[in-house]
Design a binder for this molecule. Structure first.
Ligand code: AP5
Length: 213
């Protein structure tokens, strides 16, 4: 059973690598950001509460996120494992995950995506996402063959939180509230650091080495 946590700043490439792992190994990809965006799109109660925070680059409240994850990881498709992408993001969320998993929390592999602030800004302001299937592109690093999604032909859009101003907010929120998790998981002996500034295939090889090591 594989239980991975992808930890790292916004734009580090967590979603990109989770999609590759899902394609090659069929591991379930749980992205709190994707679940929240789906709720915003469908104007659910959760979406209405989350939107304001997301647009400002702030974190949604721990209670809402923890409840959402508890439900998701207990679903049938998670029986053989999953990748948690974007959770936990605070110490309180990490402690809640530990309570949810009990003894199993000791088998978590937390992959820390290390990348510089300059690269993050470049990656996020150039990111484009497919409205229909969620495939992720970059105008320079991974451009679509034409203006539409290579996978499904869907329309591409820029996330509302990928503007320079909001990215800077997200980065400072990350440093204040999420970065402490690096030390938290390092002390527990669960942290694996990778160089996320490399090409996507190189980053993928680093992750595979951890999975098989
Ligand atoms: P979320 O959607 O999780 O955003 P994030 O963590 O900021 O991560 P991103 O999706 O922006 O980046 P990524 O690392 O997946 O990068 P990607 O692979 O796309 O969260 C959004 C919001 O939801 C939060 O701000 C918060 O409000 C809320 N939220 C979510 N979880 C929460 C939680 N647990 N608690 C509270 N609130 C929560 O890559 C980025 C770009 O770079 C792409 O264009 C890609 O093509 C390109 N790229 C990727 N890898 C490479 C590479 N190796 N080389 C060159 N380019 C690359």
């Amino acid at each position: 059973m594989i239980r991975l946590v992808f930890l790292g700043p916004p734009g580090a490439g967590k979603g990109t690598q989770a999609a590759k792992l899902k394609e090659k190994y069929g591991i379930v990809h749980i992205s709190t950001g994707d679940i929240l965006r789906e709720n915003v799109k469908n104007m659910t109660e959760l979406g209405k509460k989350a939107k304001e925070y997301m647009d400002a680059g702030k974190l949604v409240s721990d209670d809402l996120i923890i409840e959402m994850i508890k439900r998701r990881i207990n679903a049938d498709d998670c029986k053989n494992g999953y990748i948690l992408d974007g959770f936990p993001r605070t110490i309180a969320q990490a402690e809640a995950l530990e309570r949810m998993l009990g003894e199993d929390s000791k088998s978590l592999k937390v992959i820390y995506f290390d990348v510089s602030d300059d690269l993050i800004l470049e990656r996020l302001t150039g990111r484009r996402v497919c409205k229909d299937c969620g495939a992720v592109y970059h105008v320079a690093y991974n451009p679509p063959k034409n203006d539409r999604c290579d996978e499904c032909g869907g329309e591409l859009y820029q996330r509302s939180d990928d503007t320079e101003e909001v990215v800077k907010n997200r980065l400072s929120v990350y440093k204040e509230q999420t970065a402490p998790l690096v030390e938290y998981y390092s002390k527990k002996g669960l942290l694996y650091k990778i160089d996320a500034s490399k090409q996507p295939d190189d980053v993928f090889n680093q992750i595979e080495a951890i999975l098989t090591g």
